[in-house]
Ligand binder design. Structure first.
Ligand code: NAP
Length: 222
């Protein structure tokens, strides 16, 4: 059964998933990196950047599981990059260099059409203008029975949560205050949408890891 999952999504204590003023210098918004202290020190992160070392333990275990069993990803256009409005050209290819860590199709939600973008290592960014259900359907077809990772950002996760389409959501709640930015859960009644907290683990560093799951009574994706 293909599931739609969110893995290792960082949230500040006051509920933001990105800081304000996203741009080329601030991919996570101003202050956003403070939420990722749990992740940036892990062995997994260091290896992703070609470095040896890094910490092992709970945080690293969770970071390492990020891409396990994933056959496709979905993300919003703001997570893909800082370009807004119609694409001026094809030059922006994501934050992740020539060989992004996805190695699967990645469906990018946008209102602005763009041709698919094949990258080294098997990642292909495919731009979807028909909305969240179309992106999910295309991801299910691409995933070959494996799970689909919903990477973010905030607006995209909020839409899939509102439609109760996310099966499992792992949040890393960081003890930092951002004060403003993109708020993840404001106005969403997750309880009414059928979600419950099934696990919480203290991280190696200061973040707390919480797993929310949609109750089993809801249908899984075919
Ligand atoms: N905390 C974390 O762990 C984490 C993880 C990933 C990302 N982030 C951060 O989150 C931030 C991005 O989040 P965000 O909330 O600003 O934006 P987002 O969800 O990444 O993208 C929103 C944009 O995607 C397009 N879009 C979304 N839904 C659509 C739909 N149904 N139909 C068509 N287009 C749609 C629209 O772009 P257009 O209308 O312009 O095409 C919309 O403005 C970034 O700072 C990123 O670094 C944080």
């Amino acid at each position: 059964m293909t599931r739609l999952v969110v893995r290792g999504f960082s949230v500040s204590l006051d509920g933001y998933g990105a800081g304000p003023s996203q741009d080329l210098e601030h991919p996570l918004g101003v202050g956003g990196p403070e939420m990722f202290d749990w992740f940036f020190h892990t062995r997994t992160w260091q290896r992703m950047h070609g470095d040896a070392g890094g910490e092992t333990g709970v945080d690293d275990d969770i970071a390492a599981q990020g891409f396990d069993g994933i056959g496709a990803s979905i993300m919003g256009r703001n997570m893909f990059g800082p370009v807004r409005g119609p694409w001026p050209d094809e030059s922006w290819k994501g934050w992740w260099g020539d060989e992004p860590p996805y190695h699967t199709p990645v469906f990018v939600l946008t209102h602005h059409p763009r041709a698919p973008l094949a990258m080294a290592g098997g990642t292909e960014f495919r731009f979807v203008t028909e909305g969240i259900h179309a992106a999910l359907q295309q991801a299910i077809e691409a995933a070959g029975g494996r799970d689909i990772r919903l990477g973010g950002g905030v607006a995209t996760i909020r839409q899939y949560l509102s439609a109760a389409l996310i099966d499992e959501l792992h949040l890393a709640i960081a003890p930092v205050l951002l004060g403003s930015g993109e708020h993840l859960l404001h106005g969403l009644d997750l309880r009414a949408l059928g979600y419950e907290c099934v696990k919480h683990v203290a991280g190696t560093r200061a973040a707390s890891h919480v797993i929310l799951r949609k109750r089993a009574s809801k249908e899984k994706h075919p």
